[in-house]
Design a protein around this ligand. Structure first.
Ligand SMILES: Cc1cc2nc3c(=O)[nH]c(=O)nc-3n(C[C@H](O)[C@H](O)[C@H](O)COP(=O)(O)O)c2cc1C
Length: 247
């Protein structure tokens, strides 16, 4: 009789112990999940990657002929301390990679129309646009905020301290996603993407000249440093920085 009672007592103790362990395990799992969600929310807030700014349609006419723009184009490394306007930025981004055709073809040629280039805007002093790093979406002609804050000084540091980057109100960075072209053209796809940067940069030079703005093709920089500053994905390589400012 006594043995039976003891057995029952031990069994119920074992059961309650199991329940306690289960509760502790569930609590730990929920706590880990909660911390994970908090970290994700925090990271997405820091990046503020939900903010997009629709740009005005570009102007398709100007007083500067294409011949005058070619003649007047010069690399400019000193700028007035005057902010740029969003309209100027819109025009420059459109000249770089904007859609110019009903079939989504763009302002600059691209091998196989695969468009491996991505355009970033490092905005410092632009009227009506908070200082931040933005990525250009050609199809929708909008920019999407990637990182808050004025990153010109950091960018200047990783570009051999070239002062034009720090002094310019904004810079455009051209990156290449090589996979888009190498998947069709093999190793040669990398060269194609690099060749395309030349065409895009010249468009930016000529558009800047027409807007009476100055710019320069900066190719001397630390690749990984630039990637860090703009938080570029692993598959994007920076190939050119173009600071832009009033002449
Ligand atoms: C691939 C490439 C890389 C360049 N890198 C730099 C650079 O890092 N810093 C700079 O001040 N200029 C740079 N330049 C600009 C040249 O110095 C400039 O184009 C050259 O002096 C000719 O002057 P122009 O552009 O006014 O005709 C680069 C140009 C090219 C095409």
């Amino acid at each position: 009789m006594f043995n039976k009672r003891l057995k029952l007592y031990l069994l119920s103790k074992e059961k309650s112990m199991k329940i306690k362990i289960l509760v502790v395990v569930i609590t730990i799992i929920l706590a880990i999940l909660g911390v994970g969600v908090l970290i994700m929310v925090n990271a997405s807030n820091n990046k503020n990657n939900s903010e997009t700014i629709k740009l005005n349609a570009p102007k398709l006419d100007s007083k500067t002929s294409i011949e005058q723009a070619i003649k007047k184009r010069r690399s400019t490394r000193e700028y007035k301390d005057t902010p740029l306007t969003i309209q100027e930025v819109s025009q420059l981004l459109w000249a770089a990679q904007g859609i110019t055709d009903a079939e989504d073809l763009r302002s600059a040629p691209s091998a196989g129309a695969l468009y491996p280039l991505e355009i970033y805007l490092v905005a410092g002093k632009i009227n009506g646009l908070p200082a931040a790093i933005y990525k250009y979406n050609p199809e929708k002609h909008l920019i999407k905020k990637i990182i808050e804050g004025d990153k010109r000084e950091e960018l200047c540091k990783v570009a051999l301290e070239q002062e034009c980057i720090d002094k310019a109100p904004a810079s455009i960075i051209i990156c290449a996603n090589y996979k888009r072209t190498t998947k069709k053209y093999g190793d040669r796809g990398e060269k194609y993407a690099q060749m395309e940067v030349g065409a895009v940069a010249e468009n930016i030079y000529l558009q800047a000249t027409s807007l009476n703005l100055g710019t320069v093709f900066v190719g001397a920089f630390d690749d990984n440093g630039v990637k860090k500053v703009i938080d570029a994905p692993k598959n994007e390589e920076p190939l050119c920085i173009m600071p832009i400012g009033k002449k």
